[in-house]
Design a binder for this molecule. Structure first.
Ligand code: ADP
Ligand code: MG
Length: 760
């Protein structure tokens, strides 16, 4: 199990099974954690009093008659799993020679079932590596022996091993607080089998060494280290974790005095004692939180285990005891060491690292992305600046153009901005004939508009306060040029002032035509509102038809008024006839009831009152007939006048529509055609020409109308229906721009207006 921060080093006791177990001296309490040792005073060291001393040691567990598998489960598994997560871990066996340290760590190499913690740990490591497919693991093994403060690489014999360098082997401190053994071979392993091969190789070397250097392999410390590194497949950053799993089989801790060692054995014992003593000191220093210095460097053992004892790693100590009565002092010594060891606090920390190469690559990638973002950002800023610049240039150009147009207009006309004085425009209108006065309607010269909207400019001609659009003038002149005629004296074109007329004249003269300027009809992007344009049209181009329409309306109103009078007269006459008739009948009834009134000759005669009533009735009837006849005639006149008004209105609207389309909506090519005076595409005839063509038909129907009316006034309905159909057809033709075949050469292009029917 993995230790939690702040927990203590776990210490367990394992006793070597023996037939001579000192039951009276060693007592395992039922809690499975406590060992009590009862010691009889040694008679050789003083007064023999057979007194018993008892010590109780409460540890993390007592492994008595426990299988190797259970020992691994309770001692090794947690540390191994912690190492796979990135925590350093140490499993260390401590105790006198023959207590079962090697059995616990390595086990009986000849029996699989009795294999110890190391082979089981290696098995678990590779099992987990296979299971954790989301990580990439790399596992290396090293096997270090410390004998008389000499570092020995137990895997130096492995083929391909580079061998120890000139400086020899040494424990060196690493940046970050870790330690490593310089010159110790690190062997990559990819399978449990490969790892076990290295273990057995090292154990073999240890045994051989025991023969050559020391009589007993228990005289050296052995540290098998599993170096684990793991990188996450899913988190593809430069971070990775490393860990060291130290599996330590310490040299026997038996006291020198007991064996009476001499020579080599004495020397060995001194080193062992020294290292174990320093190990104890280091551990005590670790246990004392007030001490900030731990004497790891005093011996090779503690130095090599510096980063694997307590502190930031998981540490488990197995105190091996040999439970025979003769070994009770060593047992007691081991248990004391174990209980001291238990005080050491652990604070395991994952060894997380950052791969500098990958980190650099990652940072380079980030820099690249940021550069791209920055370039996009800069491009956007540049774009916005460009747009702003374009707008400002455009605005400037517009303002210049506005000034230019204004100046040119001022040359030709006296322009007054309405914004300056609305009253001024009224005054100008009232001045009327005092001269040519320009009035700018609406909002004056628009801000930011290079060309002032033409429809807002009204030119007042001398003697006539009439608004005329410059465009209309240009259009009018153009059309007349196309039609090969000039405005006649009777035409309502007096509104064009001499300058304007002169300019129009030049417009059709190729020699005098300027490449640009106000002579060219100005085409605004947005056509003027129709209502406004219609008013303009009525005032100028359609003034004739509008005048006729107005006159017809006047006649119509007059006839209607007459019709109302007649109707009232007829109705009054009818009422009088009825009342007179009633009175006459009443009189006659009365008289008949009184008897027949006869003359002296016996001839029935009328009395005076009856005669009067009869005469009155006759008179009223005559009057009624006359009035009724006139009423009928007037009704017909009203109907006909109504028709004329409708016809004029239709004509006015039709002409307005064609004029509006021609002036504002026709495509450029048609405009060009109008300017050149002929069709651009075969069969394509300008709208007004199409309309004019139909005017021949119009004349025909008008003649027909007169004839019909002369012969039979009742034919007017038929005429009306027929005429309206023709008008609608012509109008829709004109609006849809349907090419009209020029069937007859145009004689006169003059707009033929319907004659005013004299109704009086
Ligand atoms: P140490 O390494 O501490 O000197 P060993 O591991 O060599 O002691 O053990 C000494 C002997 O005792 C070996 O023959 C070993 O097989 C045996 N032995 C030790 N502990 C046990 C045990 N728990 N069960 C069975 N035999 C053991
Ligand atoms: Mg041993």
């Amino acid at each position: 199990m993995i230790a939690h921060p702040g927990s203590e080093v776990r210490v367990l006791i394992r006793s070597r099974p023996t037939a001579n177990f000192a039951q009276e001296l060693i007592e395992y309490l039922p809690d499975g954690q406590t060992v009590s040792v009862h010691q009889r005073k040694d008679s050789r060291k003083g007064v023999v009093n057979n007194q018993l001393s008892s010590w109780s040691f409460r540890l993390d567990g007592v492994l008595h008659d426990v299988s190797q598998e259970e020992v691994y489960g309770r001692v090794g598994r947690g540390v191994v799993l912690g190492a796979l997560e990135g925590y350093n871990g140490t499993v260390m066996c401590f105790g006198q020679t023959g207590a079962g340290k090697t059995y616990t760590m390595t086990g009986a190499t000849e029996s699989y079932k009795q294999r110890g913690i190391i082979p089981r740990a290696l098995q678990e490591v590779f099992h987990e590596v296979e299971q954790r497919s989301d990580h990439a693991f790399s596992v290396h093994l090293s096997f270090l022996e410390i004998y008389n403060e000499t570092l020995v690489d137990l895997l130096a014999s492995v083929r391909g091993c580079p061998g120890v360098g000139p400086g020899g082997m040494a424990v060196v401190e690493e940046a970050g607080g870790g330690v490593s053994v310089r010159g110790l071979s690190l062997h990559p392993v990819h399978s449990e089998e490969a790892a076990l091969n290295l273990l057995f190789e090292g154990e073999m070397n240890r045994i051989i060494g025991a023969h050559a250097l020391n009589k007993n392999s228990s005289r050296s410390h052995c540290i098998l280290t599993v170096h684990i590194e793991s990188r996450s497949h899913t988190l593809s950053d430069a971070k990775y974790v490393t860990s060291k799993l130290n599996l330590v089989d310490l040299a026997g801790s038996e006291r020198l005095g007991k064996t009476g060692s001499e020579g080599q054995v004495l020397k060995e014992a001194m080193y062992i004692n020294k290292s174990l003593s320093f190990l104890e000191q280091a551990i005590l220093a670790l246990a004392d939180r007030r001490r900030d210095h731990v004497p790891f460097r005093q011996t090779k053992l503690t130095h090599a285990l510096k980063d694997s004892l307590g502190g930031n790693c998981n540490t488990v100590l197995v105190a091996n005891i040999y439970g025979e009565a003769s070994q009770i002092e060593e047992t007691l010594s081991t248990l004391r060491f174990a209980s001291r060891m238990k005080c050491v606090q652990m604070d395991p920390v994952v060894n997380e690292h950052t791969d500098p190469v990958l980190q650099v690559r990652k940072l380079e990638k980030e820099i690249q992305l940021l550069k791209q973002e920055l370039s996009i950002h800069n491009t956007l800023i540049v774009s916005i600046r460009q747009i702003q610049e374009v707008f400002s240039q455009f605005k400037q150009a517009m303002q210049q153009q506005e000034q230019k147009v204004k100046a040119q207009l001022c040359q030709n006309y006296t322009l007054v901005e309405k914004a300056q004085s609305t009253a001024g425009s009224t005054a100008a209108k009232s001045r009327g004939s005092q001269g040519t006065v320009g009035v700018v309607e609406g909002h004056g010269f628009g801000v930011g508009l290079a060309v002032p909207s033409e429809r807002h400019i009204r030119l007042l001609s001398p003697g006539r306060t009439k608004a005329i659009k410059t465009k209309e003038l240009a259009s009018q002149g153009r059309k007349e040029a196309v039609e090969g005629r000039s405005p006649g004296p009777g035409k309502q074109v007096e509104s064009v002032n001499p300058v304007q007329r002169d300019r129009e004249g030049r417009e059709h003269d190729p020699q005098s035509q300027e490449p640009q300027g106000p002579q060219e009809p100005l085409r605004t992007d947005s056509p003027p509102p129709k209502a406004e344009a219609f008013e303009d049209f009525k005032a100028e181009r359609g003034s004739e038809i509008n005048r006729i329409l107005k006159e017809n309306k006047v006649v119509l109103l007059e006839r209607r008024a007459r019709l109302r009078e007649l109707t009232e007269g007829v109705n009054t006459a009818k009422r009088e006839i009825d009342s007179t008739s009633t009175a006459l009948h009443q009189w006659r009834d009365k008289r008949q009831s009184q008897g027949q009134f006869v003359s002296a000759e016996g001839v029935p005669v009328l009395d005076e009152a009856e005669l009067s009533l009869a005469l009155r009735l006759r008179e009223l009837k005559t009057q009624y007939r006359q009035q009724y006849e006139e009423l009928r005639g007037t009704k017909a006149e009203v109907s006909y006048c109504q028709h004329l008004v409708d016809q004029c209105r239709t004509r006015l609207l039709t002409e307005f529509e064609s004029w509006y389309n021609e002036s504002f909506l026709l495509p450029e090519e048609v405009q060009a055609m109008l300017r050149s005076g002929g069709p651009i595409r075969p069969g394509l005839v300008p709208v007004y020409k199409a309309l004019a063509l139909e005017e021949d038909e119009q004349e025909h129907f008008e003649r027909l109308r007169y004839e019909l009316l002369a012969d039979s006034p009742s034919a007017i309905s038929f005429y009306n229906a027929q005429n309206r159909t023709v008008q609608r057809r012509n109008y829709s033709k004109a609006m849809s721009q349907t090419p009209v075949q020029k069937t007859t050469p145009r004689g006169s292009g003059r707009t033929k207006l319907p004659a005013i029917l004299s109704v009086i």
